[in-house]
Ligand binder design. Sequence first.
Ligand code: GLN
Length: 546
Amino acid sequence: MPKYIFITGGVVSALGKGIAAAAIGALLEAKGLSVIMQKLDPYINVDPGTLSPFEHGEVFVTDDGCETDLDLGHYERFTHARMSVFNNYTTGKIYNNVITKERRGDYLGDTVQVVPHITDEIKEAIKSADTGGYDIVIVEIGGTVGDIESLPFLEAIRQFRYHVGRENVLYAHLTLVPYIKTAGELKTKPTQHSVNELREIGIQPDILLCRTDRPLPPDMKKKIAIHCNLDIDAVIAAIDVETVYEVPLVFKSEGLDKLLEKKLSLNTVEPNLSIWADVVEKIKHPKFESNIAIVGKYVGLRDSYKSLEEALIHGGIANNARVNLHWVDAEDIEAKGADRFMSEADGILVPGGFGSRGIEGKIEAIRYAREKKIPYFGICLGMQCAVIEFSRNVCNLSANSTEFAPNVKAPVIYLMEKWYNHRTGRIEERSLDSQMGGTMRLGAYPCILKDGTHAFKAYGIKEISERHRHRYEFNNKYREILAAEGMVFSGVSPDGELVEIMELKGHPWFLGCQFHPEFKSRPIEPHPLFRAFIGASIKEKRELFQ
Ligand code: GLN
């Protein structure tokens, strides 16, 4: 049976609980343990697929096609764990399951209640994370202790220790120790209150992870330990860092690995964190620099493009380069032109997105990249816009996607009614009258690469698998017309029906992909397309200086 680590958060949100959980995963993997991770989210949406990225941040997509919380992206970037339907549960999903069982008559006349029925369902959900002999299951509880919504989850994890044994469960609590400038002091009161709140519902944390902007002196740790009923070595300072990939190293230097070993009676070796030290070194002391303009709609909330931002940093790691991200609102390009925002760019990227807002600005940015021969990377919507731009400005077609202009003359991007799903072996059908709902192409699909293309050069293999999240597709009716003018279809589905990657001849690096490569990039294994894109952007720069 695995050992369970539950991570809760207190005081305020946005303390980086997801990163802390993922970094603990990395630390334990470095000790040779196998780790799986899970996120329990208190909100009522059945999954985050329907949440606005403006509000909630990115929707992370798994291989099996689940739309999940962005913290699962951190888990995949920090550990070898691969996420699936068993790794993210929301209140909505839990209630949905319970109500379905009730309607089926599974409860045999019982009055269905939060305790025990909802809490039992949560415990089952926690158990489902261990799909095959993992040493450690790390479960992060979303929200902040004290929220009404998280109570059933906290009650379930309290009971969980009773079921699986005291020695198999550890509670870690992430809190804030703020520095109050006017007093010139670090304050422990919020932490004490937050721990009290946990203890009121029956959970005594075993470990405290204290977010601070400066080292915690021993007397401070002692004070926290006494008030929160802990050993002093169980108070860990989670100090602010320059890059999130430093967190496993910080945790190790605070002795967290030893502490986990002791508390969970683990029999393991000294962790080897050299790969993380290497990643941090490359991020902090790069040789080159690249300025990437990202033209999008959700530029206000950075979490909306979390995986993308990380993947670009990984592309920098692979090229020994600092990647400076310049977020450009597509509507500003519409109002003021591309030149004003793009003239300093070493590379231009249009990411995924939905809806017509800013589309013309994105297309204008792409025209700029194509004509000025600046490396261009289009992801999902960014590929679709590249196809529209080329069709209009090179092939003289009156082109658009039917997502933005349902009756357009040349629908180069449109809704395909049927396609073959290689994962399920089924023909998937898309109902054309429903623009929303369950008609997206989601999750991993295979793609065959064409020899001699930028895509093939980047991956170095013939068949790849990448994750999708979109409804619209390239319209095969226009393949020949576009190819005649220099568009190359460098990646297609195994049956040749779906265009997955397009490139342009005669351009240093211009590539659009229908999938989201950012979901599979990791700091210790940067994604081939991000490596190639950043590489191209630096090469351009070197040529300019010669
Ligand atoms: N809106 C486009 C579609 O649904 C692109 C989606 C995306 O970029 N993820 O096909």
